[in-house]
Design a protein around this ligand. Structure first.
Ligand code: NAP
Length: 298
């Protein structure tokens, strides 16, 4: 029996754990993969107040060790189901708590084209800071127009011989400052208004085929493709205890409570205006504080 079970050990979940442990609560943190969540894929974080520059991996490590020192109990198990009586069923067991915080974040969106899965680890990657080093002096493409794609392209321009930045529109969602830096890089070529329609190669990715708005296709040779086209939540397993919007994000009127008493939400997995590190840790601290206050009343 735990007082609080937190599902997801990304920045939101770890921050919830930090607040709950400092309030002397018995906490179980459940994580399916590795602690850190999506911030692990950030090459450099430069917009976190008070920290000028830090790698995503270092941030995750420091936050984890801060929580570890407080004696967090973490189990690497996959949550299969959550019941309204605050039971959590995983691939390995069944746990009971007074409160549950869902902080499962979101996972990388797939292009959903043929051979994408087959080429993962053989030319296709969703994480430039993890896999970029394998493309020293090679030719790579980055797909996407958000901050992740721009950051990845900039990072890879310092490793690869050539970087194509492929985006389906003319305008970028990512920050202008990074875009301007990218434009100065001689080894970065922008391919706009284009979609990737096929991935080609024998045992490893060798080229990608692009289609423009006039339906013209063109094939470019690449050794690697970094897909950075955003994230998607995976909240279907919680649909018995929370409401989801049409994209699968958890609905919460005040950004903390769900439709089930004692089940709270934090971080990227909820409907929100801004999905960043700052808002994830903010959510984590609020969810734990609200859960603790409400537990005290019951
Ligand atoms: P994002 O902002 O949602 O951008 C996704 C990009 O991928 C968009 O340009 C989108 O195109 C494109 N896209 C989506 N689906 C596509 C598809 N099926 N085929 C081709 N292109 C597709 O995602 P993100 O860049 O991963 O960023 C997520 C959040 O993290 C954002 O809030 C971002 O600001 C934040 N972030 C911040 C930093 C930083 O501050 N340093 C770094 C990384 C991420 P359209 O524009 O046409 O929709």
């Amino acid at each position: 029996m735990y007082q609080i079970i937190i599902i997801g050990a990304g920045p939101a979940g770890l921050t919830s754990a930090l607040y709950a442990l400092r309030a002397n609560k018995k906490v179980l943190l459940l994580e399916a993969k590795a602690y850190g969540g999506q911030i692990l894929t950030a090459n450099s974080v430069e917009n976190y107040p008070g920290i000028e520059k830090i790698s995503g991996v270092d941030f995750a490590d420091q936050l984890y060790h801060q929580v570890e020192k407080l004696g967090v109990e973490i189990k690497y198990e996959t949550v299969l189901r959550v019941e309204s009586d605050k039971t959590v069923i995983t691939n390995n067991g069944k746990y009971q708590a007074d409160a549950i915080i869902i902080a499962t974040g979101a996972s990388n969106r797939k292009l959903n084209i043929e051979r994408e899965q087959e080429f993962v680890g053989k030319g296709v990657s969703y994480c430039a800071s993890c896999d970029g080093t394998f493309y020293k002096n090679k030719i790579v493409a980055v797909n996407g127009g958000g901050n992740t794609a721009l950051d990845d392209a900039l990072y890879l321009s310092g490793i690869a011989a050539k970087v194509y930045l492929v985006h389906r529109r003319e305008e970028f969602r990512g920050e202008n400052k990074t875009l301007e830096e990218l434009k100065k890089k001689e080894n970065v070529e922008f391919i706009l208004n284009a979609n990737i329609v096929s991935l080609n190669g024998k045992d490893h990715l060798e080229s990608i085929t692009l289609k423009d708005q006039s339906e013209n296709t063109r094939e470019i040779s690449v050794d690697g493709l970094f897909i950075a086209i955003g994230q998607e939540p995976k909240n279907e397993i919680f649909s018995n205890v929370v409401d989801l919007d049409d994209k699968g994000y958890i609905l919460s009127e005040d950004g903390v409570h769900t439709k089930t008493e004692g089940i709270y939400v934090a971080g990227d997995t909820r409907v929100k205006l801004l999905r960043q590190l700052t808002t994830a840790v903010s959510d984590g601290s609020i969810a734990a504080t609200v859960a603790i206050r409400e537990m005290a009343k019951n």
